[in-house]
Design a protein around this ligand. Structure first.
Ligand SMILES: Cc1cc2nc3c(=O)[nH]c(=O)nc-3n(C[C@H](O)[C@H](O)[C@H](O)COP(=O)(O)OP(=O)(O)OC[C@H]3O[C@@H](n4cnc5c(N)ncnc54)[C@H](O)[C@@H]3O)c2cc1C
Length: 384
């Protein structure tokens, strides 16, 4: 892995910095976390600006509508946008970071042409319908049924914890197409339009007060067979592709943000007198080393994914496991720096501390990541 920037990559950084300096001051104020239509419009408008300027889907393959950027350019993009305080992917986390990449890797040319350009332009938002009330860690236990009827599947069941379902146009949906087959072999991966008759979304309110996710009920929803990505009953393999993007590369931009927050913690501690506490200083120093190591791991994962045809490997579980705990430790340290202010729910670090609690559960819990690392990377025997 060569991480030295070429002249071309440095020129890319300069152009990007210039563009960010020009456009960021013109952005409207960020909508409130509870204003979903406002959030959707804000995130979509930013995505459209990236698209028009040639920065959307930077590292996606060119034949999937991307710009075919080098891993280094991709990382420069993440670093510079974060340093400049640019918006992150927001409501289209799923579309841009794992449903889109899955369609790019596994979809037919017609599917890529239908779904990828609207994701990159910010026109269509995706959500993820994988988890069910009795199928979370044990995802292959999913029961949502899809019965073939002519050119459609008729889908009945329910999903839970579907992030951003309230504003989504499409859902990457896992269904059981063969109930007789061994459970990993009877699953298919479908793209479901969220406005199809029979889809009901019931938002769930989080500890932080926002309806980040929802229950989704499916009552004889007709989904064209042409919306299936991958072969019928081969959805488990496609799911592994989606999860490898979700765990391997979807969070990488956030590492830069955490490093920025860490620097702000040190500045705040110096200003409010807490810097004199040697235990706190050691804690911040250890976190600094931790995030520096995570950034190196990010660089390695992004480069390794590019080398292996764009799909990240199981190394993503190592990253996801350590990152989600480091993020929680970061915001615990923030609470210590804030002192009494840590009780002020309006403080951004307090809201981020609450949302950090979910990181060791979302995208596969830490226990599940440990199982994957143990079995698939370290080669330890499977637990009973
Ligand atoms: C913020 C957030 C956003 C989410 N967004 C989405 C989304 O958009 N779409 C979606 O489909 N899902 C989403 N999820 C769901 C998430 O993927 C599941 O919550 C997660 O996989 C855990 O499943 P579960 O909640 O059913 O817990 P369970 O699977 O019931 O687990 C309960 C506990 O048992 C442990 N456990 C279970 N099996 C094992 C085992 N084999 N070995 C050791 N320990 C085990 C778990 O680690 C956990 O501590 C989201 C979750 C969160 C928190």
């Amino acid at each position: 892995m060569d991480l030295t920037c070429t002249e071309e990559e440095e020129a890319f950084r300069d152009r990007l910095r210039g563009w960010l300096a020009e456009v960021l001051p013109k952005l409207p104020p960020k909508p409130a976390a509870t204003d979903w239509p406002g959030r959707r419009a804000y995130d979509a408008a930013w995505q459209r600006m990236l698209y028009d300027a040639g920065y959307a889907g930077l590292h996606w393959p060119v034949d999937a509508g991307g710009r075919g950027a080098t891993p280094t350019q991709h990382l420069i993009f993440l670093e510079e946008t974060e340093k400049a305080g640019a918006p992150y992917v927001g409501a289209n986390f799923v579309g841009l970071l794992h449903a889109g990449p899955t369609v790019a890797a596994e979809g037919t040319p017609a599917q890529r042409a239908r779904w990828l350009p609207p994701i990159l332009r910010g026109d269509e938002i995706w959500c993820q319908g994988f988890s069910e009330p009795d199928a979370g860690s044990d995802l292959a236990a999913l029961r949502t049924r899809a019965v073939r009827d002519g050119d459609d599947y008729v889908v009945t069941g329910s999903k839970i914890w579907t992030s951003h379902a309230e504003v989504a146009d499409w859902c990457e949906l896992l269904v059981r197409t063969d109930p007789e087959a061994p459970r990993h072999r009877g699953i298919s991966w479908l793209a479901m339009p969220m406005d199809a008759p029979g889809v009901t979304v019931r938002p769930l309110r989080t500890l932080a007060g926002s309806t980040e996710f929802a229950e989704v009920f499916l009552d004889e929803v007709r989904i064209p067979v042409g919306n299936r990505v991958g072969a019928e009953h081969d959805g488990w393999r496609v799911t592994m592709v989606t999860l490898s993007f979700e765990r391997g590369t979807a969070f990488v931009g956030e590492v830069v943000a955490c490093r920025r927050v860490l620097a702000e913690l040190a500045r705040t501690a110096r200003a409010n007198g807490r810097w004199g506490d040697a235990v706190l200083r050691r804690r911040l120093g250890r976190l600094n080393a931790e995030f520096a190591a995570l950034w190196r791991l990010t660089q390695w994962n992004v480069s390794a994914a590019q080398r292996s045809g764009g799909v990240p490997g199981t190394g993503g579980s190592v990253f996801k496991l350590r990152y989600s705990h480091a993020r929680q430790e970061l915001y615990d340290a923030a609470a210590e720096v804030l002192g009494g202010q840590a009780l002020d729910a309006a403080h951004p670090w307090v809201a981020d501390r609450l949302s950090a609690l979910a990181y060791t559960i979302a995208a596969g819990t830490s226990q599940i990541q440990r199982n994957i690392v143990a079995e698939r990377i370290l080669g330890l025997p499977k637990g009973r």
